[in-house]
Ligand binder design. Sequence first.
Ligand SMILES: Cc1cc2nc3c(=O)[nH]c(=O)nc-3n(C[C@H](O)[C@H](O)[C@H](O)COP(=O)(O)OP(=O)(O)OC[C@H]3O[C@@H](n4cnc5c(N)ncnc54)[C@H](O)[C@@H]3O)c2cc1C
Length: 404
Amino acid sequence: MVGAGLAGLSVATRLAAAGVDVHVLEAAAHVGGRLATERVDGFVVDRGFQVFNTGYPRAADLDLPALDLGYFVPGAVVRVDGAAHRVADPRRRPGAALDTLRAPIGSLPQKAAIAAFSARAGYWPVRRLLGARETSAAEHLRQAGVGTAALERFFGPFLAGVLLEDRLETSSRYLDLLWRSFARGATGLPAAGIQAIGEQLARRVGSDRVHTGVRVEAATGDGVTSDAGPVRADAVVVATDPGTATGLVPAVEASAPRQVTTHYHVLPSSPWTEPLIVLGTPGGRLVNSVVLSDAQPAYSPDGRALVASNSLAPTREADVRDEVARLHDVAAADLAHLTTVTVTGAQPAALPPLRHLRPVDLGGGLYVCGDHRDTPSIQGAMASGRRTAAAVLRALRPGTAGAA
Ligand SMILES: Cc1cc2nc3c(=O)[nH]c(=O)nc-3n(C[C@H](O)[C@H](O)[C@H](O)COP(=O)(O)OP(=O)(O)OC[C@H]3O[C@@H](n4cnc5c(N)ncnc54)[C@H](O)[C@@H]3O)c2cc1C
């Protein structure tokens, strides 16, 4: 295995459970790949704002109670002319139904169209969703009748923060799959940070089988060359980020990478009474800003509020400080800057046509997996890992020992 991100670890857990002599070579000093966390002045700081969604089908592969997730309220705060409006899923947040009905994101029929859109994504069979005519996410929402106000004030900034693009040019099919997860699950943060997800999987593989600090320089179906020397194997799985995968395996093509900049600030206390994401406003630099410690109190060492604010284009803290203050209705002077992170290869684009089941078995004992084979998400990475493990096990003949 090359790479201990969620894709590689998802393969390795399955191969290890099947009795295969599997070893994972990971270039970084930590496991979990793009799900990375560090401590800054006692705060839990993820490498870019990211959340885990329990509606992902592959959530079934994790021990969720052990992650001790802290949850966001499903929905968002929309700011219009300075005033904050709660928009929440009335099925799951009946107390917010009146606020949602009053929120300036369109007429009642348009709000009914939003509810119908969510119900369709949440409860149609996946096969039927994927069988619908494909277009862009923006066109899909327009055709659903959600209206311009909801597009500009709610869907636009909400989806920009997830898809890491604000033209909503992403495939409507990916939007349907994503919205399905939001409609069915809850988003949360592990108490120890987002990296805890990868660490949980790595523990299942076994510390003697996951080798961090080892960079693979070349890979074939017979083995790899690494900076620690050559390794022979009956099967080799390249489970790196898309850019590295295209370098190691020329047959692999990857979509353009999306990027995001996250600014972390500390406030003396949270200005909110519940954990909700605050959406950026049209014309602003930020797509959203969120008090992480409202959802997951363990992110703060002492009860102060940890705020993450995201822009798609690289921004400097000084460029966004006033906007962060406006979104939370606090004084800019109260915001203490903790750190800023820009991730250039955050996730691959998912433009139409969505190719979410790209081949993982390249033949001759060489396999490739990662979010670039499925969808650009935790779900996509883990689903590609599952498909790849099945392909490797078929080739190595389950029940007999083999090395991977
Ligand atoms: C800022 C940000 C926000 C995100 N937000 C969300 C979100 O909210 N929800 C969501 O579902 N998804 C989100 N994602 C996407 C999600 O994190 C990724 O889709 C997923 O983690 C990809 O996993 P992977 O295993 O395919 O790749 P990676 O995590 O990139 O793992 C690849 C591994 O390979 C290693 N590697 C690379 N080259 C080599 C080499 N030569 N030798 C050995 N090892 C190598 C890397 O170090 C890495 O550990 C976000 C991503 C980012 C960066």
